[in-house]
Design a protein around this ligand. Structure first.
Ligand SMILES: *Cc1c(COP(=O)(O)O)cnc(C)c1O
Length: 374
């Protein structure tokens, strides 16, 4: 028998073996609900009421879930968070941005802005993997941007405004994995943006943004300068289309439906407070286990920075984490591999509210089972 033949007993396995950070677990109940509308919703026009009602349900559901203050709007369009970075580059930054960058996702937004010939070079505060960096007031900066939970490293920071920032400066928060897992007061930011394939437990392809009145005003003001903005990336178009419960071009209908279904489910369970509690229970299970383990340790050394959206766990040199992930996969426990570019002997585990805390606890037992046999 080779180690790769290790069979994990069914009795200790999680009920659902999906621990990927994105796409992440989609509830079977959501897929069943989608299947129930397979002839009446799927394959129908996105300009008609049947689809527009689902877009409206999603926008309404998110507004309730994030308890959006008066005047804030839920805007959506195609392309996922990566598209939103380009949208913001063209449509929200007037001249100069400042970034707190502490991982690969934050770095991608920095690159989009650095490459834009019509913007000043951004100020970037960097921190190595596993640590955080922070925004600080700087004259002339009109957009501040940070990630709430850096999915590549498992570091999370609170969402709060930059004290002493210029009047009217905006704060943009990448909540792609944090949004729905971590607590937030959205009045503390101007754009809280995410994509549905992470904590929202839907599929990919859309970006969703909770926007403050100041951010909406900024989008119109930037457009009014006459700057070249590709049509597909035009934030004003996205705002206007969203107000009509539409998208500029054809969305993935299944993604819209699954996201609306999921947000309604989370609201019916107790909303954001409930979701945050679920994720923290999962976080307590995985970090508590790693703290007690003789061979695993949380990669993020400062407990205050450990994300309860995505956990990163280092293994000591005696154990090959990639091999553990491979054995788990052969036992239907999937997507525990680390973010590749981080290059660590590590597993990465999503703790989104869709995932049962008891399944995260079961996963730790499975890792122990495998480790004992290596
Ligand atoms: C996954 C992720 C993204 C990228 O989202 P896409 O929809 O794939 O473009 C961006 N930021 C964070 C924090 C993420 O976790």
């Amino acid at each position: 028998m080779t180690v790769d033949d290790i069979r994990i007993p069914d009795a200790i396995k999680p009920v659902d073996g999906r621990f990927g950070s994105g796409p992440s677990k989609v509830r079977p109940e959501g897929v069943e609900a989608l299947s129930a509308v397979s002839r009446t919703f799927m394959g129908t026009s996105h300009r008609q009421a049947t689809v527009k009602e689902q877009v409206a349900r999603l926008r309404r559901g998110l507004a309730e879930f994030f308890a959006v203050p008066d005047g804030y709007e839920v805007v959506l369009a195609n392309g996922g968070t990566s598209a939103f970075w380009e949208v913001a580059t063209f449509g929200l930054i007037r001249n100069k941005a400042q970034f707190a960058e502490f991982g690969e996702f934050g770095a991608k937004f920095v690159k989009a802005v650095t490459d834009a010939p019509f913007l000043d070079r951004p100020t970037v505060h960097q921190a190595p993997g596993g640590q955080a960096s922070y925004l600080r007031a700087e004259a002339g900066v009109d957009v501040y941007a940070t990630v709430q939970s850096e999915t590549s490293t498992g570091v999370a920071v609170p969402v709060r405004r930059v004290k002493g920032a210029d009047e009217g400066a905006l704060l943009l928060t990448d909540a792609t994995s944090g949004g729905g897992s971590l607590d937030v007061d959205v009045s503390q930011t101007d754009v809280y943006y995410l994509a549905p394939q992470k904590a929202l437990g839907s599929d990919g392809g859309l970006w969703l943004a909770v926007m403050s009145p100041a951010a909406i005003e900024r989008a119109f003001a930037v457009k009014a300068t006459g700057r070249y903005i590709p049509q597909f990336l035009d934030l004003v178009t996205a705002i206007e289309q969203s107000r009509l419960d539409q998208t500029y071009n054809t969305p993935a209908l299944a993604t819209v439906f699954l996201a609306a279904e999921q947000v309604d489910w989370m609201n019916s369970q107790g909303g954001l407070a409930w979701a945050v509690k679920r994720s923290s229970e999962s976080a307590a299970a995985i970090y508590g286990w790693a703290d007690r383990s003789t061979f695993a340790t949380p990669f993020v050394t400062d407990p205050a920075l450990r994300s309860s959206a995505v956990a990163t766990i280092d293994f000591d040199d005696r154990l090959d984490a990639a091999r553990i992930a491979r054995i788990l996969r052969a036992n239907d426990i999937v997507d525990t591999e680390p973010y590749r570019k981080l290059g660590r002997n590590q597993l990465r585990i999503a703790l989104y509210p869709t995932i049962e805390p008891s399944d995260v606890a079961a996963l730790t037992a499975c890792i122990d089972h495998v480790a004992e046999r290596l």
